[in-house]
Design a protein around this ligand. Structure first.
Ligand code: AHG
Ligand code: MN
Ligand code: MN
Length: 331
């Protein structure tokens, strides 16, 4: 595809073209992704104007995670729910910021998908202009699955069929997979569209970069500490931004490994399964990398039992994940 063609291939037309390759595809994804794309343009705007519009700072209360809610967390959450709420094929929305799912319509009334999202990831970095983002997962609800939206979303018959994130960095980057490779789009503000910049993105097999909050090292299980000692002795460099979306994006592009382990004070780790670890794992695997929650435990094989469940995360270049896994299995 020539450069000019590529840069005029919008997210919408790309997904529609991709769906045409699947007989019986109903345009469901493009309908949902266009809502996420619209929401992300609005959120990116708010993030960039945060200091001008004075929407920085916290709300003064905590969310279901027991974490300080930033004003922009709440605003981003409202924007996404408003954009997705009008999509007739969505049954339920699950947000990091809401204790329970937002039910839109039953399976019988056409609610065939749930969209799970972290409306604003890395929001503690907002006031220092460091990359933050939105992470999302599209789950096809199992046919004929009964019970509450929570039961339906957690039912093994329901499965993640698409995942992505939008990174509000020096540019707004939309990275998405619908199970057929990972594709990257950048918001061209001059035309107001996300345009294709990279098809079938592949994560480098290896790169001596690890990304972990080493301040907690004394609280990591021994296997992680042994890995870090090995990495220090083998010429690794450390890169840690503190926004998962920015750390994973760098890992996807440059290779290396992103790690958020369990600690003595957080025995399940910090990152949430459904709308952080699960979508990012699908992207990393679709790009040829690996994502584990422990030695010999593929993260996507773990079945979550609750909506806001947390899980340890080791994801990135397959060789780099293997290096960590070696020490975890000796632990
Ligand atoms: P969120 O802003 O959605 O709560 O997520 C923050 C997460 C994730 O973005 C990042 O990887 C991690 O918190 C950083 O945690 P530490 O500050 O403990 O390193
Ligand atoms: Mn987050
Ligand atoms: Mn968040």
């Amino acid at each position: 595809m020539s450069k000019i063609q590529q840069n005029l291939m919008s997210l919408q037309s790309y997904v529609l073209a991709e769906e045409r390759e699947y007989p019986g595809a109903t345009g469901d994804f493009s309908w949902i992704l266009s809502a996420i794309s619209l929401a992300s343009k609005s959120i990116g705007n708010k993030v960039r104007r945060a200091r001008i519009e004075d929407v920085l700072g916290d709300m003064g209360d905590t969310n279901v995670q027991g974490e300080q809610q930033q004003k922009l967390d709440v605003l981003s959450n409202e924007i996404i729910k408003a954009c997705l709420g009008s999509r007739a094929n969505i049954g339920a929305l699950v947000s990091e910021e809401d204790e329970t799912p937002t039910v839109l319509r039953s399976h019988q009334d056409g609610g065939r998908y749930a969209v799970l999202f972290d409306p604003l990831d890395g929001s503690s970095n907002l006031d220092v202009s460091v990359g933050v983002g939105t992470i999302f997962s599209i789950v096809r609800l199992g046919d004929g699955v009964k019970g509450s939206p929570e039961d339906m979303i957690l039912n093994p018959a329901s499965r993640q069929v698409a995942a992505g994130y939008v990174l509000y960095g020096s540019s707004s980057v939309f990275v998405v997979t619908t199970g057929n490779g990972v594709h990257m789009f950048v918001l061209d503000n001059s035309i107001g569209s996300f345009v294709l910049v990279k098809e079938n993105l592949r994560i480098p097999e290896t790169n001596k970069i690890y990304s972990i909050n080493e301040a907690y090292a004394d609280r990591f299980p021994g296997g992680y500490r042994d890995y870090l000692k090995w990495a220090h002795d083998n010429g690794y460099t450390s890169r840690y931004i503190g926004s998962m979306v920015a750390d994973v994006h760098r890992t996807l592009i440059k290779g290396g490994v992103f790690i958020y382990p369990q600690t003595t004070d957080r025995p399940e780790g910090k990152l949430r399964y459904l709308y952080e670890a699960m979508p990012m794992s699908m992207l990393i695997e679709q790009a040829g990398g690996r994502s584990i929650a422990a030695a010999d435990t593929r993260l996507l094989d773990v079945k979550p039992k609750s909506l806001h469940e947390r899980i340890p995360v080791v994801m990135g270049s397959s060789e780099e994940v293997q290096n960590v896994e070696r020490f975890l299995s000796e632990d």
